[in-house]
Design a protein around this ligand. Sequence first.
Ligand SMILES: C[S@@+](CC[C@H](N)C(=O)[O-])C[C@H]1O[C@@H](n2cnc3c(N)ncnc32)[C@H](O)[C@@H]1O
Length: 270
Amino acid sequence: MSTEYVLGNNAEELARLKLQHDLWKTELVRLWSLSKLGEAKDILDLGCGPGFTTLDLATYVKHACNITSVDISENFLNYLNLQSKNLGPGQKLVTHKSYIEQLQLPKKDFDVAFCRWLMIFVQDPPMAIRAIAQHLKPKAQFILQEYVTYDSMDLVPHSKMMKPIVDAIFKSWKDQGGDPNQGKQLPEWLEKNGFKILHLEPVAKFALPSDPLWQWPNSFYKSFLPRLEKNGYLTSEQVKNFFTEWDEAKNNPGTYFIAPTVINIIAEKK
Ligand SMILES: C[S@@+](CC[C@H](N)C(=O)[O-])C[C@H]1O[C@@H](n2cnc3c(N)ncnc32)[C@H](O)[C@@H]1O
């Protein structure tokens, strides 16, 4: 298995993840506020990437705590280690390079596990869920924010190019063993592998071209579509036509972007 996930782990992807994090932070903190994260002392941040979530977990918790952040990307973990000086008093960070499916930490009594936009890239989510369960205390919470109907992504009212783009994204993620719609099955997989679902909700968003959120799909297409072209999932003409349509859409009255729907889950270890 490659340690570079389908979107890459270079400086451009790191910058995209930062922008994405900033634009989605309100939703993240709102989900955390529904959980018992505020009382947690030992926290797992799974598929942490460069750790923007790790630093915010620490800020959210405020008190002394231990956070263990796990990812397959050494680049991202190195970046996070450099930021650990920004943690609060008594807050400690351990970074660990591993596939979630193969997670093996000496500590088995974490209070909370968290992941965002990880399970959609994981090859064997039930195996990952079992590995996570083994690291949690009974009644610990597992908080997830993932995609549920990624194909709800659209540019309306007049996009011809969005369908082939979404199809190519699905194909490339699936070829690496993930699935953008993996969130649909997560409640069942969690229930069958040691968890009870406490909370489920969708997060649906629209963006007008003038909204800050417009920059989220914009940065994703600008960084990922050239990769899809390079790897043969899209032709250069498809990419060119998409960007023509995307850039012109800003001037069309009534245009808006429909974001891929997210699923928020809070589960409890049985
Ligand atoms: C879209 S990024 C999300 C990063 C972070 N969770 C956030 O919300 O900003 C997905 C991350 O999952 C990591 N990843 C993908 N598959 C993984 C796996 N099987 N085990 C561990 N990490 C994985 C990637 O390296 C990447 O850092």
